[in-house]
Design a protein around this ligand. Structure first.
Ligand code: NAI
Ligand code: OAA
Length: 349
């Protein structure tokens, strides 16, 4: 049973996120030629950080796993380090150990910061999380300026622009290496679509574009596969449920935080895609909130092809239904405000 579960998690982490052929993947992972890769998780003792640390420890592409937080990481690291998989695990606690945690990192995943409580929007987290992200990104630009940064901390629509500004000021900004993690929106859209369309969830693909908050989350169900004959009302309901997925969890947790387990899964999927890209696996595609010129906004989530330097190609939106066109038009002003808020914060403080 245990072996079967582990095998299933591992195979998810090393296969179907991309359209790479199973043959190529086998060749890549079946030999000792898998490169050394260090992944650092900042906020590793938190609700997302702990299960994410577990999932990254199960990923055979990781050779070093650095777990950083302001408190609690020695315990998490000791615990996770006993798992008999490839990576060496080390815990780092407090700012004086941040340098060691970051040095040599290929991928830095950031779930550091406070989560929502019922009644709050993601933007309500800005005042606390903006400062946290800013200082962590300043350290990244000093100690591992070439790492791919996977930003999970909310509000993603603002924290990604903050990170970009910090890197620009430090002279280390590379737009190919900064990603807002929106994978949970895709995970949710796939799950909800499969339930409604009565198709096997493992076969489902749905791009989700825009940003990561409320109406800025725009699932493109018109492009969902396998195709299903859903009514307009069903599409509207699926769209709304995807947009409100985070709030659904916040309310169900009733004051005890927001999505952690599903987010750790989504974060692990996205970090794995980044590692595959770095390792030269072809055709790795995930949705992410990145610097973009596919709309008038400087950052936008869409399908992104990942490669040896991070973003290889920001892919277009593809054909949209009238409903999706309308959703796109409505989300742009809101997303613009959040992006500008992040840019302004980074340059004022
Ligand atoms: N992008 C997405 O789809 C999602 C994003 N989130 C966001 O992820 C963030 C974390 O959520 P949870 O893990 O549930 O919160 P949590 O409160 O359980 O954990 C956050 C961790 O960050 C740590 N931390 C605080 N300041 C830090 C600093 N300066 N350096 C390093 N670590 C620091 C805390 O000590 C804590 O262990 C929140 O902002 C939440 O809104 C949550 C779910 C989905
Ligand atoms: O809703 C929240 O605050 C956390 C989050 O981003 C999500 O679950 O999508």
């Amino acid at each position: 049973m245990r072996t079967a579960v582990l095998r299933s998690i591992r195979s998810r982490l090393t296969s179907s996120t991309s359209s790479s052929s199973p043959h190529l993947l086998r060749r890549c992972y079946g030999t000792e030629s898998v490169p050394e890769r260090k992944v650092a998780v900042l906020g590793a003792a938190g609700g997302i950080g702990q299960p994410l640390a577990l999932l990254m420890k199960l990923n055979p592409l990781v050779s070093k796993l650095a777990l950083y937080d302001i408190a609690g990481t020695p315990g998490v690291a000791a615990d996770v380090s006993h798992i008999n998989t490839r990576s060496e695990v080390a815990g780092y606690m407090g700012e004086e150990q941040l340098r060691q945690a970051l040095e040599g990192s290929d991928v830095v995943v950031i779930p550091a910061g406070v989560p929502r409580k019922p009644g709050m929007t993601r933007d309500d987290l800005f005042n606390i999380n903006a400062g946290i992200v800013k200082s962590l990104c300043a350290a990244i630009s000093k100690y591992c300026p070439n790492a791919l940064v996977n930003m999970i901390s909310n509000p993603v629509n603002s924290t990604v622009p903050i990170a970009a500004e910090v890197f620009k000021k430090a002279g280390t900004y590379d737009e190919k290496k900064l990603f807002g993690v929106t994978t949970l929106d895709v995970v949710r859209a796939k799950t909800f679509y499969a339930g409604k369309a009565k198709v096997p969830v493992a076969d489902v693909n749905v791009p989700v574009v825009g940003g990561h908050a409320g109406i800025t989350i725009l699932p493109l169900f018109s492009q969902a596969t396998p195709k299903a004959n859903l009514s307009d009302e069903e599409i509207v309901a699926l769209t709304k449920r995807t947009q409100d997925g985070g709030t659904e969890v916040v309310e169900a947790k009733a004051g005890k935080g927001s999505a952690t387990l599903s987010m750790a899964y989504a974060g692990a999927i996205f970090a794995d895609a980044c590692l595959k890209g770095l390792n030269g696996v072809p055709d790795v595609v995930e949705c992410s909130f990145v610097q973009s010129n596919i709309t008038e906004l400087p950052f936008f989530a869409s399908k992104v092809k990942l490669g040896k330097n991070g973003v290889e190609e920001v892919m277009g939106l593809g054909p949209l239904s009238d409903y999706e066109k309308q959703g796109l038009e409505t989300l742009i002003p809101e997303l613009k405000v959040s992006i500008e808020k992040g840019i302004k914060f980074a340059n004022q403080n």
